[in-house]
Ligand binder design. Structure first.
Ligand code: ADP
Ligand code: NI
Length: 198
């Protein structure tokens, strides 16, 4: 096991200055959700915890590291064994790999972290992150005149509304039900207010 106080300050430092939705608090939410899902699964909770905490520290969109250098450096400083390090890196790798190929992670630990990461992209958190991301990329909220404009609202149809059917664990599917319904309700309210109906 590891001490949270040995790793959390490192994460704060790494994510300082990110406004694209990968801030320190995203990582902390994924960590908590992953541990909650892990309660219902037969898995190595230490690997889940470390993989959740480190799942974005080498994200290709934010960092130019190779071979998970940031994650490896932190695991080394924590005195984590080679065997656990290998399992954690494999889990992180399967989570990020899935972005391109929609591949299901091979291990239960990878599946749990992927679910926790996806859950943070839906519900109230997902709505907030979507609008924050759009703003940071100079995009508008919505364009009723052209459905090809990259907007925050378009991202719901391209990704966010599809996520509840792409989860690996029962517990995550259960959490997603409420979050997905909330997003759909939000969209309905958004259009009604946009059109001056409410
Ligand atoms: P991940 O956490 O899996 O690395 P991304 O980097 O794809 O996810 O996205 C980070 C956050 O930004 C997520 O909440 C995601 O929904 C949001 N996001 C990603 N792409 C877009 C986009 N084109 N428009 C609006 N929000 C986006
Ligand atoms: Ni993430």
């Amino acid at each position: 096991m590891f001490e949270e106080k040995e790793i959390l300050p490192r994460l704060k430092e790494i994510f300082a200055g990110d406004y694209s939705g990968h801030d320190y608090f995203h990582t902390m939410r994924v960590y908590k959700t992953a541990l909650a899902i892990a309660q219902s699964e037969n898995c190595d909770k230490n690997v889940v915890a470390l993989a959740a905490l480190l799942h974005d520290v080498d994200d290709y969109k934010l960092f130019k590291t190779e071979n998970y250098a940031n994650a490896r450096a932190i695991l080394k400083d924590l005195g984590i064994s080679d065997q656990i390090t290998q399992q954690v890196i494999a889990a992180i790798d399967s989570v990020s790999f899935s972005k391109n190929g929609s591949k299901v992670p091979a291990t239960i630990e990878g599946k749990i972290v992927q679910d926790a990461d996806r859950l943070d992209a839906i519900g109230a958190m997902g709505i907030g992150r979507c609008f924050a991301f759009s703003g940071s990329f100079g995009r508008i909220m919505y364009d009723p005149e052209n459905d090809q404009t990259p907007t925050a609202i378009n991202h719901f149809y391209e990704k966010l509304l599809l996520l509840k059917d792409r989860l690996n664990t029962q517990k995550a599917r259960q959490i997603a039900t409420r979050r997905d319904a909330f997003m759909r309700q939000f969209l309905e309210e958004f259009y009604a207010e946009w059109n001056g109906e409410r």
